[in-house]
Design a protein around this ligand. Sequence first.
Ligand code: KG4
Ligand code: ZN
Length: 338
Amino acid sequence: KQNIFILGIESSCDDTSAAVIHNGKVLSNVVASQKIHEAYGGVVPELASRAHQQNIVPVVHQALKKANITKAQLSAIAFTRGPGLMGSLLVGTSFAKSLAYGLNIPLIDVNHMQAHILAHFIEETNFKKPPFPFLAMTISGGHTQIVNVEDYFSMTVIGETIDDAVGEAYDKSGKILGLGYPAGPEIDKRAQLGNPKAFTFTKPKVDGLNFSFSGLKTAILYFIQKETKANPNFINENINDICASIQYTIIGILIDKLKKATKATGIKHIAIGGGVSANSGIRKALQDGEQKFGWTTYIPKFEYTTDNAAMIAIVGYLKFLEANFAEQDIMASARLKI
Ligand code: KG4
Ligand code: ZN
């Protein structure tokens, strides 16, 4: 068997990451998260690209060091071409192109959304891989998508958000409630202590398999404004119930669409990715789905569900096996589609 070492580079949003994969197995996966955005309650694109510029060289060095290899041993460089923030993508793209050029090895472009899905094919003991065809639901601060995956590079988006991503709904609700950023993990924690039926938020009416979360955010804002007018301590006194009710609504929206998607396609293998897949509510709902609807669900190791370079490197490895390489004139693409 060939010894294939792929260096993956991810810089699409606010995490600078580099990883080395050897024949499909992760040797290193280094992520430098950018704390600077917390003060703003969201990612500031200009600050993100500057931080990538600072982080990229040390992160790549660390990834090679942890993998215990030199750059001379690399077989190819894989990088995130898009979608993402243009300034952020440019840092990783330019770096990857230069390194591949300097080392005279193949360059491999990777679609970030495909990578979230193909992260399921990282070689990991104890994690089962989904069989084709399967449905992939990618849920994070930047994405909400359901994809019909027929093969590694044959996949179709069958539903996606028409406005905010699901993680954004968590984070924006958290902002209204005065919680820190990102608010998803805290809302989840508090939700487990509260009554999910305490308050009712109407679900958006969106056709087919698409999602919408911006109306929910507005509904929560008006609800909180109204209640705090009557009782200034409303949030404090009801925080766990509010979080539980928000979570109940959001998970309900996701599961409704998944049910529809399994009906429409007849596919019952469901693979989850993205930071929101850590959510206790979605995990429980998926487990229920296994019992109630005969689903088989797949959730990768957490470090491969949030933005990371190991998922970029595994796609690089799969493309390397097909000799599917990029040219040096390839450009980053902020709105790249699956
Ligand atoms: O994948 P990720 O790390 O970054 C991108 O957005 O690409 O996802 C981060 C998002 C944030 O919106 C965060 O609030 C949300 O995932 N999140 C959660 C949980 N953990 C992270 N949302 C709900 N429940 C959680 N346990
Ligand atoms: Zn992502």
